[in-house]
Design a protein around this ligand. Structure first.
Ligand SMILES: Nc1nc2c(ncn2[C@@H]2O[C@H](COP(=O)(O)OP(=O)(O)O)[C@@H](O)[C@H]2O)c(=O)[nH]1
Ligand SMILES: [Mg+2]
Length: 262
């Protein structure tokens, strides 16, 4: 990682909000966000939600020029929706791209802290599993899944990150432009780990900012066994490749006694 240094001032911010069946939540979250960070634009990434979330978002966009909607044809997963949002925002010259859930779990009131952290970082991760971070109202099995998943990520990938699976983040556009986004294949929530892993390998500066994650009170979680399976499969594969690379470089290193001349 590079040493912390002052980055370019932030001019244009866009908050990307993926939605699938979040009709009631979307108006609430947009209102909170507009109050908490009035200078930010908002892009709703809707996967043609059967409950009509897209139409509700369209109404919000008519009422507020800072709100835009990207209508996608079908449910393709969180990662695919974010990749489309990144492309949209990078084409339009935003300086900072924020990821945030629609269901109120990520509190817009904590976004200013993430944005402040970008003064000395390329990426700010909202983090539940660092001192000061927490989760409210999650059942034991979700806590165990998140904590276990993060331990698995740390052991396999060796990343010094407390919460690599979270989805409340701020990226500098300059950082995203250095990543090979075309080759991101993770479709589900594994996308989040995929991106941190790319960010770390690119040597970008990452800061974790403690957040309080509050479980949704309206609507249903879209977490599924398929999503867990994709994460397990991908992280295991990346970890195996990474560890194999480490072993190879150890084996190919010239033995020390040779270099010393015997
Ligand atoms: N566009 C889109 N959004 C999704 C998809 N899956 C989940 N989301 C959104 O991603 C956010 C997090 O999903 P959620 O079900 O709350 O996950 P959880 O908090 O881990 O239980 C919410 O805003 C969802 O509406 C998807 O396939 N496409
Ligand atoms: Mg949620």
């Amino acid at each position: 990682m590079t040493s912390p240094q002052a980055r370019r001032p932030i001019d244009k911010i866009v908050v990307l909000i993926p939605t699938y069946n979040e009709r009631e939540n979307i108006s609430l979250i947009v209102a909170r966000l507009r109050a908490a960070v009035p200078e930010a634009d908002i892009l709703v990434l809707d996967d043609n939600s059967p409950d009509g979330t897209g139409a509700v978002a369209d109404h919000l966009a008519v009422a507020d020029a800072r709100v835009r909607v990207l209508h996608r044809t079908r449910k393709e997963g969180l990662g695919a929706a974010y990749l489309a949002g990144f492309e949209w925002a990078l084409e339009r010259g935003y300086d900072v791209l924020v990821e945030m859930d629609a269901d109120g779990s990520h509190q817009p009131e904590q976004l200013p802290a993430l944005l402040r952290a970008l003064a000395t970082a390329d990426v700010a991760l909202g983090s539940r599993w660092v001192p000061g971070g927490s989760v409210v109202n999650w059942p034991m099995h979700r806590k165990a899944l998140s904590r276990g998943g993060n331990i698995y990520v740390r052991v396999l990938l060796g990343m010094p990150i407390g919460d690599a699976t979270g989805g409340f983040r701020a990226y500098r556009a300059s950082a995203l432009r250095t990543l090979d986004l075309q080759n991101v294949a993770s479709l589900g929530y594994c996308f989040q780990v995929d991106l941190v892993w790319r960010v770390i390998r690119a040597g970008l500066q990452v800061v974790e900012v403690p957040i309080t994650f509050v479980e949704r009170t309206i609507g249903d979680s879209k977490m599924s066994q398929d999503i867990v399976n994709e994460s397990l499969r991908n992280i295991t594969l990346w970890g195996a490749r990474y560890r194999l690379g480490q072993v190879r470089s150890l084996l190919h290193r010239e033995p020390r006694w040779h270099r010393l001349g015997g």
